[in-house]
Structure formats: C-alpha cells, structure tokens
Design a binder for this molecule. Structure first.
Ligand code: UD1
Ligand code: MG
Length: 452
C-alpha cells in the first residue's frame, strides 16, 4: 500500500535492555526466528515509508547490518536521557522532510500495519490533531504511563506512573509509547520538552501537553494489548513469541491447514504451508520452509530450510535440514535426516537414514539405515541415486558415488564405486556356512565348563 502523504518511521532502540542479561542487542532477539527489529521494519516497509531511522545507544555495530539490508538509517543516542531526547536524535536525518512521522519502539514488535495506518489516518482527519497516541488497556496497567482523556478521544493529559496521582493511577488507559506527529510539529515540540519530573528524563509524552498549551488538541486511538506487548526480559520474550505463535496457528487453520494440536506446532516467521496439509502434534518449523498441499507431517518432526512438495509424507521424527527438497508424494520416515538433497517424486526413505548432498531419483527406495557418507572430514561429496534404484538396508554409500537408475544395492553394502543402471551391486563379506558346527561348539564348551 502506498500512501499519498509520505511518512517516516523513527524506531527507538537505545534502551540498555539490562533485564535481558544479554550480550546481544535487545532488538536482535528473535521472535519466530526473526529479529524483533526486523519484524517491525518489515511491517513498516509494507507501508512504503520515505525514511526509516533507528535510534540506538550501544551496540550499533550489531544492528547496522540489519538496518542496512532494509535501507534504513541509524542514529546514535550517546546518553539515554529519555524518550523525547531519543526521538530528537533523528532530527538531522529528517531535515527538510515535510511528511508525517511514526514513532515506534524496537522492542514492541507485534504492531500491525493496520494500526500504523490508523495512526496516520487519524493524524490526517479534519480536526488535525497535533499528536496521535496509541493507547491500550492491559489487564495489569502496572507502571505504564497513563492517558487522561475527556469523554471522547481527546487527550487531556499524559502522565508517567512515577509522577501520577492516586486518581490518575486508577485510569487503565495506558500509553504504548507509539505516536504519530507531523515532522514540522515534532521537532519544535521536542525542543521545548524539559526534564523536571520524577525520573529527571525528557519524556516524549510531554509533547501532548506542549501542543495543548499552544491551543492544539491531541487524540488517542486504542489498540489490543497483545499488539502493544513489549519485551524487557526473557520471560516477556517468551510471552511475545507465544502470542505470535497463537496468531500464526489461527491463520494456518483459517487458510485450510489441519493442526491436530495447535499449541504444539511452532512456525517460523516465513513458513508457507499449502491447504489440506495436516500437521500432527509437536512439529517445529525453522526458517525457510515451504510445504505444499495435502502433505502430512507426522509428530516430532523438525523442519528447517526445506521444501516439501504436494502429497509428501514426513515423519514421525523426521529431520529436514536446509536444502532438503522433497518431491511430490515422496516419503521421509522416522529418524531420517535429510540435508541439501533432492528427493525425487514418489521416492522413499522410510527408516533411520542420513541423506546428505544427494540427488535421489523418482521412486527410488532407500532401505532402513542407509547412510550417504558425504564427508571425509575435509570436503563434502555428492551421491546420485538414479530413478527406481533400490538401496538395501544398512548400506553405506561412500561419496562421491553414482548409483544408476534401476540398480539394486544389496543390504549391508559399503558402496565405494559407481554402480551402473540395472546392475546389482554387493559390497559385503561373503557368508560362509559350516554345517553342524554350532552344535559341536556348544558340546565342546559345555564339557570344558563342567571339567568332564
Ligand atoms: C515509556 C513511556 C510510558 C509508556 C511505556 C510503554 C515515556 C517517558 N514513557 O516508558 O508512558 O507507558 O514506555 O512501554 O516515554 N528509549 C531510548 N532512549 C531513551 C529512553 C528510551 O531509545 O533515552 C527507548 C527504549 O529503548 C524503548 C523505548 O524507548 O524502546 C521506551 O523506553 P523505556 O525506558 O522502556 O520507557 P518506559 O519508562 O517503559
Ligand atoms: Mg519500557
């Protein structure tokens, strides 16, 4: 969606994140396998912003790459003097910019595009509020800043918990911190914010009262508490993850996917699943997975960086690693690991195998316990298995090696040389039989033991 009026996003991320107890910048902690900041930038990008400015304190070098990849800019707030001071750091980057500004928090990653649009729309309604603030009503308003409104959506006062009276603390409409302000209003207002308050900080919400002193009104719009959930600790990270997953599962089911036990399926931010696919309990998706239609993923499968075509059957207990490309109607069964390999249409590897750096032809059958020995400790090598080939159980295919189409490898073989099409290859010790020898052996040993 492209808006007529340009807007810029300022994302605050200069807080120390002390409670995370982490060497990793707070906004880089992942939700569904993707950095919180990237979730937010992704949603913002969907609205085609003119500028994106991320305000960081320490750890600039950690976030630089991500911000660059999304063509954003970084400014550093050397000292964390408060949210108003943080936003003011973006002024130089937005010099001459005449559009609207959305102020967002890097540690509040679930905000949806629809809410961002509502903020901008409200700013541009006829009564033209000076500031639009996003409020929410959490179950426990705790120490959030409060928004005091008149009967309607006009804000009378914004007050931080520390500075609030008992009466004001009883108000359950809380400040999410997110705001929309015209650039032309924002920076002059910020320049007037002081720090004479309980925290000795420059409070962003103060711009609402400053605008009021100029005779201008500000408006609140409300959003759902889950959308405003911020991450300050590992426990809150898990809560936000849970909320993201809850919503993703509902979407999957709405899209025509069966989740037998939804709470036990974990999606990644980019998982794609086709309709009429069934996902049994306890399945985990890492990033980069595409699943076709009518696929069945049995319990306890872990799938990452893999493509699964229509009608395939996976698991239980399958592990698909990056580069696994499973063809239509193929079967990858229990305790089978597939890495960087193409599994042809209708091919089967049903039990206890490792298939790595391989190309398995259509309808080939990989017997239980087959291993592609793809690594010599230094380099990786390919294994090619032709269409309709049959690999007997417990075979070791020592790569690089080619098994021709329709070939059969006898069970227990160690295959070190190529096998031609339609040949039978046996690479195992020859069985010998000594008639009656077992009985004689038993007699001899029994006699020895009794000393007779
Ligand atoms: C702020 C709001 C409060 C609101 C709450 C919602 C103010 C004064 N208070 O409080 O009304 O209910 O958020 O979560 O705005 N940050 C900087 N630089 C700074 C300070 C903060 O970049 O100097 C960033 C932080 O990284 C964070 C965000 O701003 O992303 C909010 O900062 P935080 O310290 O959590 O503000 P609160 O005191 O929780
Ligand atoms: Mg906070």
């Amino acid at each position: 969606m492209t808006r007529n009026k340009p807007f810029a996003a300022i994302i605050l991320a200069a807080g120390k994140g002390t409670r995370m107890k982490s060497d990793v910048h707070k906004v880089l902690h992942p939700i569904a396998g993707r950095a919180m900041l990237d979730h937010l930038l992704g949603v913002v990008d969907g609205l085609a912003p003119a500028h994106k400015v991320v305000v960081v304190g320490s750890g600039r070098e950690q976030v630089q790459h991500l911000v660059d990849a999304r063509s954003g800019e970084i400014v550093v707030q050397e000292q964390q003097l408060g949210t108003a001071h943080a936003v003011a750091q973006a002024e130089e980057k937005l010099a001459g910019f005449d559009g609207d500004v959305l102020i967002l928090y890097g540690d509040t990653p679930l905000v949806e595009a629809e809410t961002m649009s509502r903020m901008l729309d409200r700013l541009n309604t006829d009564d033209a509020p000076a500031v639009v603030v996003v409020g929410f009503r959490p179950k426990d308003p705790g120490a959030y800043g409060r928004i005091i409104v008149d009967g309607d959506d006009t804000i009378l006062k914004m007050v931080e918990y520390k500075d609030a009276t008992e009466e004001e603390r009883k108000v359950n409409l809380c400040n999410s911190g997110m705001m929309a302000v015209r650039a032309q209003d924002l920076f002059p207002l910020l320049a007037r914010v002081g720090n004479d308050n309980a925290a000795g900080e420059y409070y962003l919400p103060d711009i609402v009262m400053l605008a009021a002193s100029d005779g201008r009104t500000s408006a609140v719009i409300e959003a759902e508490p889950w959308e405003m959930a911020g991450v300050n600790s590992r426990a809150e990270l898990a809560l936000v993850e849970a909320e993201w997953q809850r919503r993703r599962r509902l979407k999957a089911m709405a899209d025509g996917i069966t989740l037998v036990a939804p709470d036990t399926v974990w999606f990644a931010h980019d998982t794609v699943v086709g309709r009429d696919t069934v996902i049994q309990p306890n399945v985990v998706f890492g990033p980069g997975v595409r699943v076709g239609e009518r696929v069945c993923i049995h319990s306890f499968s872990h799938i990452e960086g893999a493509t699964i075509a229509d009608g395939a059957e996976i698991g239980p207990y399958a592990r698909l690693r990056p580069g696994a490309d499973v063809g239509a109607d193929a079967k990858i069964g229990n305790f089978v690991e597939v890495k960087k390999s193409r599994i042809g249409k209708g091919a089967k590897a049903n039990h206890l195998s490792y298939i790595g750096d391989a190309d398995v032809g259509e309808k080939a059958n990989i017997g239980a316990g087959t291993i592609t020995c793809n690594y010599d400790g230094f380099f990786k090598y390919p294994t090619v298995i032709g269409e309709g080939a049959f690999i007997g159980s417990n075979s070791a295919l020592v790569a690089p090696v080619n098994i021709g189409a329709g070939a059969i490898v006898g069970a227990g073989s160690v295959v070190t040389r190529d096998v031609s099409a339609d040949a039978i290859a046996l690479g195992r010790g020859t069985q010998v039989e000594k008639p009656g020898r077992a009985a004689r052996f038993r007699d001899m040993m029994a006699a020895k033991k009794t000393g007779v």
